[in-house]
Ligand binder design. Sequence first.
Ligand SMILES: *Cc1c(COP(=O)(O)O)cnc(C)c1O
Length: 380
Amino acid sequence: MSLVCGIGERMVEELYLNINPLQTGGRTPADTRKAIFSWVDGYAVCDACKGSLRTTDKPPIRQFIEDVSAFLGMDNALLTNGAREAKETVIHSLASRDDWMVADGNAHYSTLVAAERNGVPVIRTETSGHPTFEITPAMFDEAIERGTKEHGRPPVLAVVTHVDGNYGNVVDAKSIASVCHDHGVPVLLNAAYSAGRMPVSGRELGVDFIACSAHKSWAIGGGNAGLLAVNEEYRDRIIRFSKEYPVKPIEILGCSTRGSEVVALISSFPHVKERVKHWEREVAHARSVVSRLLDAGGFSLLGMSPKEHDIIAIETPAYDEIASHHKKRGYFLAKELKSRGIVGIKPGRTKHFKFSTFGFTDEQVDYIVESFLEIKDKYM
Ligand SMILES: *Cc1c(COP(=O)(O)O)cnc(C)c1O
């Protein structure tokens, strides 16, 4: 392995089955890797700039924004640096003094930090708690009413986590959006773990904004990128242009993500459009893994059942029992997995952990479950 400035080569996706949920949807296809390579120099995407990244035709960014808006069932979109920047853009555009917002009890920290940056208090819904951690439309209703009493006005925005990163629960976004709209509250769907993996249509779900994470769920490397898709009704409140520089959207300071990740996003898009059509296979994989682990005993599921997503969170008393008398303690599990060519679980964890089967073949999924079971049987 060559070392430059102490930085080794990273050989993870090439050598292992990586089951870290954070990374399975951002694995970059070979063609995209090649495309990135020739666009890595600073501002390379600005060779044919016409004043704003979103109007660039070489590479075809303008066309991409149109296509991706349609793909998400929305009317327009902004390229952002990630899902968090997309959320922050909406909060910043809509909220003024004394406003507050509502979010679900499984919300990602970046939702809360984005609100905090804007001085906007957040009221969170409850969840059903251990073990399913479900979020229901009625919980949004309750939180909106509770917050409205407390603040003397309805929330300026509802941020709904479509799929949370801890349990992989898929919420009933359509019903939640309808409850929020009944209170006159616009809805931002945080689709960091959904759009790009599974079909998501803002029009079908009836949401006003969709925040996407491209490095998480759109098969891109080469940097950070996200998307903020907006519907017609809110377009002009979000995509506002500078008075002095009328081609520059204010919320993204003119141009946001402006490196090889934009090229990656465009070149992975055909792959993403194709893969969302096979979402049922991903769900079937997750369900088969869960049923085989539960049948074996010593494992239980966190989050809702049946699985509707590739993130699988399990409690693993079987491994915890092994850790209590293994000389490597909790580290035995990551080591045993690695020796079988599997990485992506936090080393040392044996009480519960999460993993993802996204993008693996039937054989690879079988191999992952068999490895989990074999490690248990080896010591018990
Ligand atoms: C990963 C994640 C984010 C953050 O995405 P970025 O694109 O890195 O900002 C936000 N929300 C949820 C639910 C996530 O899982």
